[in-house]
Design a protein around this ligand. Structure first.
Ligand code: NAD
Length: 356
């Protein structure tokens, strides 16, 4: 298969970790007889420096014309004092909106080799965990009507949560589709005992569930979900929820893995294109030192193969190689225990390539 991949390395460690993922993708192309055509574009602080704006039109056009987009990270102290409209983060929101990305997929998996880094008690994670958060990304309270007004007790502020049936249907389908590529189980999180939007959410998820008889569905209230994530994370497969609940729960889920430098994510829309990126930032404190952990970006590239290109065997191969490198005791500095030998970004990438 031939695929055009746009690379948006961004700032800080972005170019180093995207470079590692490209080496892995090139090896996969050779092994499985594909052709990946890469084009590198500017976004974030480096784009501000070069063009005066965080998201040049050429970047958006290139992403729209591509089969998929792999992003490093944007931002850094150099651009922190610029006004809001020219901040590097604008590039992320701009890309999400230009590409129509309304679904955020964030896997949170406990690597057995790194279980000591997990902040939960070992007996709670003895069976491991491997869950996928599916968060609605473009609706709900973050995008609803808001304002200030004079209320019964004086000045007050309000934000409005609203969801259309269409928005819930499409995120539910994304979750059920993801479950079909995993363990066929979806937990839908809401607050249906209080919120009308949650009642609509629940009804709609169940209507969509009827189209997926092979996938088991359950509802859970968000307060219980926050608790279950730290008591028994192994019970979850795919978790689907609204923008705000997902924002909070996906950070909780990533924290319990104990290894943020290893977590990938995908933002998907109505087409298969999507944007794939590590969940961490541009790590300006270690940029240019060749010590960043490339695994989150390499696993984001694996997600791209799985979700954008339907290349399951290829994605499995990358994930297996990462597992093997970790099981062999190889560590970058961020995941090493005290006194353990550490590899550079390049050496960890080499080690993963050797195991592909
Ligand atoms: P960060 O994730 O960049 O860094 C937090 C800590 O984790 C740092 O000590 C860093 O060295 C370490 N770290 C992160 N990724 C690592 C990796 N792959 N390997 C080894 N260590 C790693 O978060 P921050 O410091 O809050 O933010 C730095 C910049 O990144 C800010 O400008 C912020 O706005 C931006 N940011 C961008 C994104 C994005 O582009 N999606 C996300 C979060 C933060």
């Amino acid at each position: 298969m031939q695929k055009r991949i746009v690379l948006v390395p961004g700032d800080g460690i972005g170019p180093e970790i995207v470079g590692s993922a490209v080496r892995v993708l090139e090896k996969i192309a050779e092994k499985f007889h594909h052709e990946f055509l890469f084009e590198t574009v500017l976004a974030g602080g480096c784009a501000i420096d070069a063009t005066g704006e965080p998201l040049p039109k050429e970047t958006v056009d290139a992403c729209l014309a591509s089969d998929s987009v792999l992003l490093g990270a944007v931002g850094g102290p150099k651009w922190d004092t610029l006004p809001g409209a020219v901040r590097p983060e604008k590039a992320l929101l701009g890309l999400r909106s230009a590409l129509g990305l309304y679904t955020n997929l964030r896997p949170a998996k406990l690597y057995p080799a790194l279980k000591d880094a997990c902040p939960l008690r070992q007996d709670l994670i003895s069976g491991g965990f491997d869950l996928m958060m599916v968060r609605e990304l473009t609706g709900g309270i973050y995008f609803g009507e808001r304002g200030r007004r004079e209320g019964k007790y004086g000045p007050e502020a309000y934000d409005t949560e609203s969801y259309s049936v269409m928005e819930v249907e499409r995120i539910a389908r994304a979750a059920f589709d993801a479950a079909r590529k995993r363990r066929h189980r979806v937990t839908s999180i809401d607050k249906a005992n209080v919120l009308e939007t949650s009642r609509l959410w629940r009804e709609t998820v169940h209507r969509v569930a009827a189209e997926y008889p092979d996938v088991e569905v359950e509802d859970m209230l968000v307060d219980n979900a926050a608790m279950q994530l730290v008591r028994n994370p192994g019970r979850f497969d795919v978790v689907v929820t609204s923008n705000m609940f997902g924002d909070i729960l996906s950070d909780e889920a990533s924290q319990i893995t104990g290894s943020i430098g290893m977590l990938a994510s995908a933002s998907l829309g109505a087409t298969t294109r999507g944007m794939y990126e590590p969940i961490h930032g541009s790590a300006p404190d270690i940029a240019g030192k060749n010590i960043a952990n490339p695994i989150a970006t390499i696993l984001s590239a694996a997600m791209m193969l799985r979700y954008a290109f339907d290349m399951t065997a290829e994605a499995d191969d990358i994930e297996r190689a990462v597992d093997a490198a970790l099981s062999d005791g190889l560590r970058t500095a961020d995941i090493a225990a005290k006194g353990e030998n550490t590899l550079t970004c390049t050496e960890m990438t080499d080690a993963i390539l050797e195991r592909l």
